[in-house]
Design a protein around this ligand. Structure first.
Ligand SMILES: [Cu+2]
Length: 176
């Protein structure tokens, strides 16, 4: 791993830029030309402190259709890989673990990935992610197929980060 990858920050917001990895074909097994759609709202990534090995991403998924769907996987040019995690209390401790089967989105239902609960975990985020403003994430659904969404990079408290090069507050290592 290079400590400082000289990836221009602008590339983060341009999925189709030449510097981005080529998008993979849609997941096999998805319904062909499925009209099922998933509404995605309030997508944001908590700005990671310098040197952080992970960054948490949050969003709201709404399924207006009559068929169940499922978020199966995610990936991003802003991280080595993206996992789907849940947080649960075990023996009085908050622990998180990967959901290998993804997250079901019931028909007519809504699933919130939010601090303290379900979240996307960007593993080994690229250098400069915190200042990038936005990062693209591809979400792969069982029925709705692949959706690309721009996630806003926000401060740890959830407010917009802007172009500020501020320092993360101390104690920013709480369970996400
Ligand atoms: Cu996590």
């Amino acid at each position: 791993m290079y400590a400082h990858r000289l990836l221009p920050v602008a590339c983060l917001g341009l999925w189709l830029a030449a510097c981005s990895p080529a998008p993979a074909p849609p997941a096999a097994g998805g319904a062909a030309e499925a009209t099922a759609d998933i509404a995605i709202e309030d997508a944001w990534v908590r700005s990671p402190p310098p040197g952080a090995q992970v960054a948490a991403g949050y969003l709201v998924l709404r399924n207006p259709g009559s068929e169940a769907d499922r978020l199966l996987a995610a990936r991003s040019p802003g991280a080595e890989r993206v996992e789907i995690h849940e947080v649960r209390q075990e023996d009085g401790m908050m622990r998180m673990r990967e959901l290998a089967d993804g997250v079901p989105v019931p028909p007519g239902g809504e699933v919130r990935l939010e601090p303290g609960g379900l979240h996307l975990m960007l593993m080994k985020p690229i250098a400069g992610l915190a200042e990038a403003g936005m990062v693209d994430v591809a979400l792969v659904f069982e029925r709705a197929g692949e959706r690309r969404v721009s996630f806003e990079i926000r401060r740890p408290d959830g407010s917009a980060a802007g172009h500020e090069h501020g320092h993360a507050p101390a104690g920013g290592h709480e369970a996400h």
